[in-house]
Design a protein. Structure first.
Length: 754
């Protein structure tokens, strides 16, 4: 019997839809695709989504009915289609993708109710005291201002009285409790609010986007413009168009850019703060945003990559800002690239998608060249601001001098400390500081030193659970050897231990020494070389949330800081008018290793860091310290010539069949037992597909061969562009049985090769 059963997709990482009978209490038959339901599953009840007709592969007598239909807006059909698409493309189960889309615990529960207090119609007022009067005045004021009712504690706080005063008024019958749904009001952005007058080039780009939004058809754009060229102003204009047409907009930003001043800027333009979506939200905030998006009330969300899976019923515009950023790729769980999936989401929903960047990825450039994306170019910075000049400092010729604590060498055998700032950069810094300007030292290494080595035996201290060296952390402002905590931390698993007094390997005493630069160590040197300067550290250890990032921005703009030492958290989204000098301490970092995109990535990151200098009237200068000034990426930075560099990169990738000219799928096999992982990896290697245009490399131990006590092996499938890799991989995996102790992660279009 067809149509008597329905498939329900559950948010479990193992499943496709399961069959259920229609709910017993709904005579209307099968609920529509997207309907949120609760179903019996084993001994519990789970929330799931009606996915379509049942598969019919289970005996009808064993089927159970859907328990009930939830009081929640259904998932839009386009989101269901998107989930299926992402699952098929990434080779992850649709249930795992659904889990991301329902990613708000309790999002499906109806809004909570809460008890608030209102003025009763009591005929007679009791004895009034001054605090009691203040409570009544506060209530009256809030009513005049159109503000909602409050619960007892909030009302007492608003009136500035003790809780007892409020409960006294309740006892006297002047205030009465009523129950209220805790609704979440979403302020509407004003699409008509005028932005700045756009330059001709900006206007053309904004018009192209605006027209596209009005057409209500899928179109993809690359918005390519140097930092400060007005890309944000241009896509704000297009967002305004979407708001005017009552459609929704989504802006994806790299997570750390969210912490900066972006939401504030949006508020200035559109009059309201945007809703945001990121990994550090409270469950209540998640539920509110999820529901406001589903009901269509939320016109705009600014979010990290997972915002792509929110249930927008009418999404008109998606912006992927800093589209080249590697953080759009998720490696754990469902391995997907939010940049690429944003294009898919736009296609399924008839929306406009804009990928914006100063340094577009080769993949996106190639899509523009092929005409799949329309190309919009903003070649110049807005107004008088010019791009900073980038100079290279050859560390082989200008090695950093040693430095001493206050008062110089303490005796004849004080050989001072190893330095990381070269003499030319020291000079430039002095000049900038003398002119009252600010300096950024960029070093993408948290902690004090990346390596701790024993002078006696040469041993380096590694994590007991991972193939990784432990990184020394002293904490900002700590005084080493005088109570400052010296910890060795694993950046992969979080393991930590104090720096031991003796070498764990040879037991020699006092022989362990830090090796290489970290931002905390750099801070010591900077404090010694520029004793007058006010120095701050800006890393994910010191800036933990938006409030701290805002405070840093305020102090920078107010001129309360002279030198910032920052990791990549400082590379993005910040705008400091007084900052004119950027010194990149280790320009070569990230160039080594087996990542085919290493040079491209280095270019993008250093270009972005350089863009922090001289964004207002004052010209900026950037110095990149390098051991290899002749490397193509360094020459391209110096010459300000990304086109030639990218052309060379592109030819190299074409010759080696790397993306975007070939396709890659990585398989990562891991298990606590090394032998078990290796056996599966070998079996996969033996069963490797032998289709034309397909090659399998490996298995080989992963560069990070052990993480969190799990041994890891990698295989890499390389295919020619036209090959449908999903089909190839699916039949490959069917040939190998994987025991439950072994985990297999499939990564289509891998970005990380660790
Ligand atoms: P991008 O996103 O390309 O880095 P922004 O949109 O942030 O560039 O613009 C850089 C700065 O220039 C911002 O402060 C922005 O407000 C300002 N700006 C850009 N275009 C205009 C314009 N047409 N009129 C006034 N200010 C502008
Ligand atoms: Zn570890």
């Amino acid at each position: 019997m067809p149509n008597s059963r329905t498939g329900v997709l559950l948010p479990l990482p193992v499943s496709g839809p399961y069959d259920y009978l229609p709910p017993a209490n709904e005579p209307g038959g099968l609920p529509a695709r997207g309907t949120l339901v609760r179903v019996p599953f084993g001994r519990r009840y789970l929330e799931g989504v009606v996915w379509g007709e049942g598969a019919g592969d289970v005996d009808a007598a064993k089927l159970k009915p859907i328990r009930d239909v939830l009081e929640a807006p259904p998932l839009p059909g386009v989101l269901c289609d998107f989930i299926d698409w992402v699952a098929a493309y990434t080779l992850h189960p649709p249930g795992a993708v659904l889990k991301m889309a329902l990613g708000a615990p309790g999002a499906l529960a109806p809004p909570e109710t809460t008890t608030v207090l209102r003025r009763s119609a009591a005929p007679q007022l009791p004895r009034m005291t001054e605090p009691r009067q203040r409570v009544l005045d506060t209530l009256a004021e809030r009513e005049r201002a159109g503000l909602g009712l409050l619960g007892a504690a909030d009302l007492a706080r608003a009136a500035g009285v003790s809780a007892g005063v409020v409960s006294g008024l309740v006892g006297a019958g002047v205030l009465e409790p009523v129950s209220s749904r805790r609704e979440f009001a979403v302020p509407l952005p004003d699409g008509d609010s005028p932005g700045p007058v756009l330059s001709d080039g900006q206007r053309d780009a904004a018009d192209a986007l605006g027209i596209s939004v009005s057409k209500r058809e899928f179109e993809a754009f690359l918005l390519h413009g140097v930092t400060g060229s007005g890309k944000t102003e241009v896509y704000f204009d297009a967002l305004g168009q979407a708001f005017k047409e009552n459609r929704q907009g989504l802006v994806l930003l790299p997570e750390i850019a969210l912490a900066a001043r972006w939401p504030e800027r949006f508020e200035k333009r559109f009059g309201v703060m945007p809703l945001t979506w990121h990994s550090r939200m409270t469950p209540a905030a998640r539920r509110n945003v999820w529901r406001a998006v589903a009901s269509g009330e939320a016109r705009v969300v600014i979010g990290a990559r997972s915002a792509l899976f929110l249930p927008f019923p009418d999404l008109g515009l998606i912006v992927v800002d800093e589209e080249h950023d590697a953080s759009y790729k998720q490696d754990e769980g469902v391995a997907y690239n939010a940049r690429d999936m944003a294009v898919v989401r736009a296609k399924l929903g008839g929306a406009t998608v804009v990928l914006a960047s100063a340094t577009p990825s080769l993949e996106t450039m190639e899509n523009a060249t092929q005409g799949r994306y329309q190309y919009l170019h903003l070649p110049e910075r807005h107004g008088a601001a010019t791009l900073p000049r980038i100079d290279l400092i050859d560390l082989k010729r200008h090695g950093p001098e040693r430095w001493y604590g206050p008062g110089g060498p303490s005796g004849e055998d004080d050989r001072g400390q190893v330095g990381f700032v070269s003499p030319p950069l020291v000079e430039e810094t002095r000049t900038a500081l003398a002119a009252g300007e600010q300096v950024l030292f960029y070093l993408n290494r948290r902690g004090y030193a990346p390596l701790t080595v024993c002078r006696a035996c040469g041993d380096r201290i590694a994590c007991p659970h991972c193939t990784a060296w432990l990184v020394e952390h002293r904490g900002p402002g700590s005084v080493p050897d005088r109570g400052g905590r010296r910890l060795l931390v694993c950046h992969h698993c979080g393991f930590s231990r104090p720096v031991p007094p003796t070498c764990p390997s040879c037991s020699a005493e006092g022989t362990l020494f830090p090796c290489g630069p970290g931002v905390e160590r750099l801070a010591e040197e900077v404090a010694a070389r520029f004793p007058e300067a006010r120095v701050v550290l800006a890393t994910s250890d010191t800036l933990r949330g938006p409030a701290e990032a805002l405070e840093l921005g305020r102090r920078m703009t107010a001129g309360e800081i002279d030198i910032v030492i920052g990791t990549q958290i400082m590379a993005k989204g910040h705008h400091f008018p007084l900052l004119t000098l950027v010194g990149v301490i280790d320009g070569d970092m990230g160039l080594s290793g087996g990542d085919p995109r290493a040079a491209e990535r280095t270019y993008q990151l250093l270009h972005q860091v350089a863009g922090r200098a001289g964004r207002a009237g004052r010209p900026g200068r950037v110095f990149v310290q390098t051991l290899d000034p002749r490397a193509p990426v360094m020459q391209a930075l110096r010459a300000g010539d990304p086109d030639t560099f990218m052309a060379v990169e592109s030819r190299e990738r074409q010759m080696t069949g790397m993306p975007p000219w070939g396709r890659l799928v990585a398989l990562i096999v891991s298990a606590e037992d090394e032998g078990a992982a290796q056996a599966v990896a070998r079996a996969l290697g033996k069963a490797a597909p032998e289709a034309p245009g397909v090659r399998v490399l490996g298995p080989a131990p992963a560069p990070l061969s052990r993480i969190r006590n799990r041994s890891r092996f990698r295989l890499l499938l390389k295919a020619e562009k036209g090959v449908r890799v999903q089909a190839v991989v699916r039949s490959w995996l069917q040939k190998v049985k994987i025991p439950s102790s072994v985990r297999l992660q499939v990564d289509v279009d891998p970005v990380s090769f660790l």
